[in-house]
Design a protein. Structure first.
Length: 277
């Protein structure tokens, strides 16, 4: 007589739910802990996650034949995020420009065959991951309420994900983008919208002492960008013929699979909070 040792059965949304919740809680604790301890520690947490995501993307794009120079991209990613923290938006853009040039120069000795393909893939990666992630670093910059802005950013994205998951599992019947992400439904998107707007209002009012309508705008825009970010990464994986960027995070896939919605949402939340709060 033996015990049943079959692997965990994924949920209707395709996740190992207990593992996904455990990893999500752990990641949230690391982020909140870093913000409470010291803002610079949060930057290090972001940098560590982004470097792993960049490495995952380099490996993924290699399946299409693109060979991205790892050294200038990883060094440049580090420089961009550090520059954003100490120098603001302009320093982030200058860091991007210098990293693009370094990537071009580093690739030149390998010859002209595949040059455009490799450099184009490298520039895409730099704009997609470290540039967008730089806005999460910019959120923490203000001395008076930087950590609260970061928490607001994470809460709206998490609310979008959780609201969409719950509504999709319970009510999902009409596929939103069946050729890109078959499990994503319009009912799930409605759940994401309600949860995201609610989180936006609550966060802006209670954490930032702002107006409720400003929070509603933040939530409404965030649900759009989070959804686009999720679908965009799904399209990349489908184009490359892979299921996940890696298997580093149980129940989630790779680090990049968790950053997709965050990356797309960081710039708009930074901008909206800058303008409205």
């Amino acid at each position: 007589m033996g015990l049943d040792q079959s692997p965990p059965v994924p949920s209707r949304a395709g996740r190992n739910l207990p593992a996904a919740i455990g990893v999500g809680v752990a990641l949230g604790a690391v982020i909140i802990g870093s913000l409470l301890w010291q803002k610079s520690l949060f930057v290090l947490v972001v940098l560590a996650a982004v470097l792993v995501a960049v490495d995952e993307m380099i490996r993924a794009l290699k399946t299409s034949g693109a060979v991205i120079p790892r050294v200038p991209v990883l060094v440049g990613t580090t420089a961009m995020l550090v520059a954003a923290y100490f120098g603001g938006p302009m320093a982030l853009l200058v860091g991007l420009a210098l990293t693009v040039l370094a990537t071009i120069f580093w690739r030149m000795p390998s010859g002209s065959i595949g040059f455009v393909r490799d450099v184009t893939a490298g520039v895409f990666l730099l704009a997609y991951i470290p540039l967008l992630a730089g806005f999460a670093v910019l959120l923490v910059q203000p001395d008076d309420d930087g950590p609260q802005r970061v928490v607001t950013f994470f809460l709206v994205v998490v609310a979008s994900d959780v609201g969409g998951y719950v509504a999709g599992v319970l009510f999902g019947k009409h596929p939103m983008a069946p050729t890109i992400s078959p499990k994503k439904s319009w009912e799930g998107f409605a759940g994401s919208t309600l949860a995201c707007i609610g989180a936006g209002i609550g966060s802006v009012v209670w954490l930032l002492d702002g107006h409720w309508w400003a929070g509603a705008i933040v939530g409404a825009v965030a649900v759009l960008t989070a959804t686009v970010g999720d679908l965009g990464e799904s399209m990349i994986k489908r184009d490359l013929g892979i299921k996940d960027m890696s298997n580093l995070l149980p129940g989630h896939g790779g680090v990049m699979d968790r950053l997709d919605s965050l990356l797309a949402t960081a710039p708009v939340v930074w901008l909206l909070l800058h303008l409205l709060v």
